[in-house]
Design a protein around this ligand. Sequence first.
Ligand code: COA
Ligand code: MG
Length: 287
Amino acid sequence: MNLQVCRSVLYMPASNARALEKGPSLQCDAVILDLEDSVAPAEKSTARVAAGQALSELDYGEKLRVLRVNGIDTAWCEEDIAVLGIAHPHALLLPKVESPEAIARLSALMDQYDTNGDVKIWAMLETPKAVLAAADIAATVAQYPRLTTFCIGNNDLAREAGMQMQSSREFLLPWLLQILVAARAHGLNILDGVYNNFNDTEGFEIECNQGAAMGMDGKTLIHPKQIAFANGAFSPNDDQINQAMAIVEVFERSENQHKGAVQLNGEMVERLHLDMALKTLAKARSQ
Ligand code: COA
Ligand code: MG
């Protein structure tokens, strides 16, 4: 599991010079410079040049820098990957991944520029076929260890399935959980999809909290306004930190050293809760 914190992951169209320039000053954990959906066909090549320049010349500090290339079967994909010849992002994000083969093909193309396998693969799952193949795609990590992260593409998924987007995500949730379980079964990180209405603070906050409760590692974002709340929602809160410290403390007591289950404030806690508590505290320390 890649432990790099990824609570807030902001997309920015690589065709938008203002957005690329603004990136370094924003408080998100990662930026995704986009060459796909947010860039019109006529702008693909200028956006590619701008992304290469931004990735090699701008100082994004500690933030992860990710480049979203066009789909593996598009005419643009190979040239997009060639940006690795001049820049070293943390990862390439491949959209419309529907099968293990897409990961294999991307990994082989990346090998031409990055022989050590340093640049990771983030895969977007955003079609009905991707939902059905999620476990097989996640399992490719054994063969292609560049794969570290799944990203949900909820706009494409809803469109392709003919589903209306609802504020509760009632009908989408089973698919999100299927993708999440596939990611976890193979030790991958998983990032929740975007919330389009960036002026609807209340709806965004509900969806962020829903994603965090579901077990997502963070949320992909479209607007700087969304960063601060996502950082909070995907960090352990004070109650969670206090509870984690109490669990650690109760298992440290001499009378509990050899016990598997103990009582804490009227509730059973087991050693699996101790593992979870230690993870919560490690996460809190790294933020
Ligand atoms: N990344 C970086 N900066 C952004 C940004 C983004 N995604 N979205 C907006 N900004 C900046 C704007 O440049 C502007 O900066 P300035 O005031 O310093 O000049 C400021 O934030 C306020 O922007 P605002 O006027 O509210 O929005 P906008 O009309 O400029 O942009 C969108 C609205 C939706 C077009 C824009 O947010 C966007 O392109 N988002 C990402 C889209 C995307 O990548 N989609 C693909 C994945 S789903
Ligand atoms: Mg898409």
